[in-house]
Design a protein around this ligand. Structure first.
Ligand code: DX5
Ligand code: ZN
Length: 214
């Protein structure tokens, strides 16, 4: 397997100092910045949106990996891409026609990602993989940082890896939720580790190095 990528989730960063936080994790070896967008409908929490993505883009030297946890993402895709999302990931449960939204993301020039809730079967996303640059496996119920890793989701990573190899697809596997040095090892078939509370806990560099060693 190739080298692992680490995408710190700024949900656990100091929101009053996002520029400083982004520079600190970049300096510490982060590959992407993971941005969690929540609308209070798809998930029971509200975070940040388009103007913040636009501001982060101005100060980030590494790609923005934007995870949309919103209903009807099709209404906002164009604005999120124009704001500077490099990867834009939607939930398969959040829209009537996920294939159309993925095509829309690519047509606008961003990398398209699909993700699923822990209770959604992996078979829901398999047919969409040819339209995706990224598939995100949620290992917590989306909505909040700092939750415990759900071990029963690991099998989805293996199923996705087999499908990607079988059809020789160009699709990265990302894992998000409860990721730390130990749980990352259990997800060795993934390419990208999202980590919020683990990275922004104390020593950013130590945490990122531990994840990459996976
Ligand atoms: C949860 C978000 C995650 C969250 C991860 O809905 O998608 O990105 O920030 O936080 P940790 O790493 O603390 O579980
Ligand atoms: Zn996320």
């Amino acid at each position: 397997p190739t080298k692992k990528l680490v995408a710190p989730s700024i949900l656990s960063a100091d929101f009053a100092n996002l520029e400083k936080e982004i520079k600190a994790v970049t300096e510490a070896g982060a590959d992407w910045i993971h941005v969690d967008v929540m609308d209070g409908h798809f998930v029971p929490n509200i975070t940040i949106g388009i103007p913040v993505v636009k501001s982060l883009k101005k100060v980030s030297s590494i790609p923005l990996d934007v995870h949309l946890m919103i209903e009807e993402p099709e209404k906002y895709i164009e604005q999120f891409v124009k704001a500077g999302s490099d990867y834009l990931t939607i939930h398969v449960e959040s829209t009537k026609d996920p294939a159309a939204v993925l095509k829309q993301i690519r047509a606008l020039g961003a990398k398209a990602g699909i993700t699923l809730r822990p209770r959604t079967a992996v078979s829901e996303v398999l047919p969409l993989l040819p339209l995706c640059d990224l598939v995100l496996v949620m290992t917590v119920e989306p909505g909040f940082g700092g939750q415990s890793f759900m071990h029963d989701q690991i099998a989805k990573i293996s199923a996705l890896r087999s499908e990607i190899e079988k059809h020789q697809l160009n699709c990265l596997i990302e894992v998000d939720g409860g990721i730390n040095a130990e749980t990352a090892k259990l997800c060795h078939e993934a390419d990208v580790f999202v980590a919020g509370s683990f990275v922004f806990g104390k020593d950013y560099k130590k945490a990122i190095v531990e994840l990459k060693e996976g």
